[in-house]
Write a protein that binds this ligand. Structure first.
Ligand SMILES: Cc1ncc(COP(=O)(O)O)c(C=O)c1O
Length: 402
């Protein structure tokens, strides 16, 4: 990652198809568009690549979460369960839907711990959002079984795991729907952009209409319909240029993942020499998108010592325990309930009383895991020189700690 590493003639050609028509809008413009519908084609091809019936393109991965939750009927009074290790977007979207996020522990998959999920379900739980963080699966089959038992739909936040499979099935197709991000740092990118996939055509229809100001899409499915309106919507429409880039990037996705896998294997072999090292639990190595490489040291002190050596050798790893965008105790604006709204909503009720409290100390299992974790982002293009530098840095850490 990221997909812009392999931008080339294919992306340029797709973009020129759009510019040649002058139509940047995904709907309408009749004959002027000469049959070019890049966003529609991208939706069809992305859904079919994943093995899903329907695809709904939107402006971002955050918008995808928002649109999916709107279609699932999430609103004020609801709780939505997600995990305490994710990008802030997951819970921003929950708040934006008017609901309250509830956070679970993660386990060594770095994703939702199903045992903790069971404990967090209440009669207000409307949706469960496991996140397939850092390119590899959550225990999605167990999570879906829990959701089914309580009759709660599962929405997979697959923003970081396009192209990743578990036992031969694409992530994003296990739950009622799956959301994706194509932002600038994702394995396949459209600059900004997102997608929702689902097998549920009724759910898709609601997403399609909601994301397009509530335009009725019934008469002409996949395009715009008549002038009826079923409900109030919003604008999360993807534009044709993004759809065009998406098509070119999707065609390269398998190759990009293969290349990441090769680089990850080389890094893993070098890291294996570090005393006490263990690896992130990857439930299905064959289906791994290898976007990131995560490994554990026996404790936080050793992880810090290893990272110091890596940093000194120009190869510092990401310590997600210290990262302020991805880990629950570091979200000071969440803990403080900082909001722009004058009333303090959603953190305070209409009487100014605090509705929700986020204590940074309530996820001790995740904190212990994050403390020991080091992560490398795996590039698609990795020069022999840079790979040698990274392998050399890991070997130095192995020698110094031996
Ligand atoms: C897990 C997760 N969910 C949602 C998003 C939001 O995607 P976007 O940046 O396209 O809004 C991201 C982006 O990094 C993400 O990592």
């Amino acid at each position: 990652m990221p997909g812009f590493e392999v931008f080339g003639e294919e992306e340029k050609k797709e973009i020129m198809d759009v510019l040649d028509t002058g139509v940047l809008f995904r709907y309408e413009f009749g004959e002027q568009r000469k049959g070019v519908f890049k966003v529609r084609e991208f939706e069809k091809k992305f859904a079919s690549y994943c093995g899903a019936k329907c695809g709904q393109a939107v402006t971002s991965g955050t918008a995808a979460l928002k649109v999916a939750m709107a279609a699932l009927g999430v609103g004020p009074g609801d709780e939505v369960i997600t995990q305490g290790f994710t990008f802030v977007a997951t819970w921003e979207a929950i708040f934006d839907a008017g609901a309250v996020p509830v956070f679970t522990e993660v386990d060594e998959t770095l994703n939702m711990d199903p045992a903790d999920l069971e404990k967090k379900i209440t009669d207000r739980t409307k949706v469960i959002i496991p996140v397939h963080m850092l390119g590899a699966p959550a225990r999605i089959e167990e999570i879906i079984a829990i959701g089914d038992k309580h009759n709660i739909p599962v929405l997979e936040d697959t923003a970081q795991a396009a192209g990743c499979t578990l036992n031969g099935k694409y992530l994003g197709t296990f739950g009622r729907c799956g959301t994706f991000s194509f932002d600038p740092v994702k394995t396949m990118t459209t600059g900004e952009g997102g997608m929702i996939i689902t097998d549920d055509e009724k759910l898709w229809r609601r997403m399609s209409e909601y994301h397009d100001h509530g335009h009725d899409h019934v008469v002409n499915p996949g395009a715009r319909g008549g002038e009826g309106r079923n409900f109030i919507g919003f604008n999360y429409r993807m534009m044709e240029l993004q759809g065009a880039i998406g098509l070119a990037q999707l065609a390269k996705l398998d190759e990009m993942i293969l290349s990441q896998k090769k680089h990850k294997t080389a890094l893993k072999e070098a890291a294996a020499k570090i005393p006490g090292v263990t690896f992130r639990t990857i439930l299905d190595e064959k289906g791994d998108s290898a976007t990131f490489f995560g490994f554990f040291l026996p404790d936080g002190e050793k992880a810090g010592a290893v990272n110091e050596i890596l940093r000194q050798n120009n190869c510092g790893a990401i310590a997600f325990g210290e990262n302020t965008w991805h880990f629950y105790p570091k979200w000071e604006h969440l803990a403080a309930g900082s909001t722009l709204s004058r009333s303090g909503w959603p953190f305070k009720d209409q009487n100014g009383k605090r509705r929700v409290i986020y204590d940074p100390a309530v996820l001790p299992q995740s904190a212990a895991i994050m403390d020991r974790l080091l992560v490398f982002q795996v590039p698609i293009n990795l020069s022999g020189e840079r790979l040698a530098e990274m392998v050399g840095a890991l070997e130095k850490a192995a020698n110094e700690l031996n």
